[in-house]
Write a protein that binds this ligand. Structure first.
Ligand SMILES: [Zn+2]
Length: 274
């Protein structure tokens, strides 16, 4: 017989770190022929089929050819994914550049980022939550009051102080109002929870991004702290050059819209030169 009492003493690692590690542990990293592992294992995914990409380390001396391939393109199934392929160094360089840019922009335009990600400043968040909580309290109070009113009219009916018709009418009214209130209470609870979650996530994202302003090298710790997944797209050779898009999904913020990054990018670079 086990009894679990949570939060009774200070944690060794915070809950977010713990959860992230559990997630990463689910991605078993298979050792390659050379025994090398790569920090993008479990993080790199194929943009077309969503499968994880396998890390392939070819020989012991030449790491520049180490690459990732879509795991479903390696299966001998009839519906193979068009072979997605990216060299590990390319993936690393590209991801580092994006992280550097994102961190710089977030730290330079924190409030605007918060706004663009749909969160409010902490004072406004408090105001918004207070308003919603007050509305919730009011709805809950009225709901209990209707319970009491119903009891009262029922007693009146039993005591003969109220006609059957009148009782029917009143109780129907109370029931309708309670049903409406129930819906409203559920909606408000959901809204409060979502709002709180959204705000918490955006704050976590901003805090993390600010921590890594100016990094020059990507480490597994930074990658895991910042990035949830990278989606590797098919190479486009239509321009005559090899162009490969990688979409990065950030922890707590998801995929940042391109329009947002471009807007901040031009301003960040202006700010730097100024
Ligand atoms: Zn694929």
């Amino acid at each position: 017989m086990w009894h679990v009492f949570e939060n009774t003493h200070e944690a060794i690692v915070d809950e977010d770190t713990f959860n992230r590690v559990q997630e990463l542990r689910k991605n078993k990293r298979r050792p390659t022929r050379t025994g090398r592992t790569n920090m993008f294992s479990g993080i790199a995914r194929c943009a077309d089929c969503g499968s994880k990409m396998y890390y392939c380390a070819m020989n012991n001396y030449e790491t520049r050819q180490d690459h990732f391939v879509c795991s479903s393109s390696r299966k001998r199934s009839t519906e193979e994914c068009d072979s997605h392929f990216i060299r590990a160094v390319v993936l690393e360089e590209g991801t580092l550049q994006n992280i550097q840019l994102v961190c710089l922009c977030v730290s330079a335009f924190e409030d605007e980022f918060r706004d663009a990600l749909g969160a409010l400043k902490s004072s406004e968040t408090k105001k918004e939550l207070d308003t919603k909580r007050k509305m919730l309290q009011k709805a809950e109070n009225r709901y209990s009051e209707l319970d009491r009113l119903f009891k009262r009219v029922y007693e009146d009916l039993v005591n003969g102080n109220l006609s059957e018709t009148r009782f029917q009418m009143l109780s129907e009214d109370y029931e309708t109002e309670q049903a409406e209130l129930k819906e409203k209470i559920e909606m408000l609870n959901k809204e409060i929870q979502e709002f709180q979650e959204k705000t918490d996530n955006v704050e976590k994202f901003i805090r993390t991004a600010k921590k890594y302003v100016g990094i020059e090298k990507l480490t597994p710790a930074i990658l895991n702290d910042m990035v949830k997944a990278v989606y590797v797209h098919k190479t486009d050779k239509s321009s005559g050059k090899r162009v490969q898009t990688v979409t990065i999904s950030y922890n707590y913020a998801g995929i940042l819209p391109n329009s947002l990054l471009n807007k901040f990018y031009s301003r960040c670079t202006q700010k730097e030169t100024a």
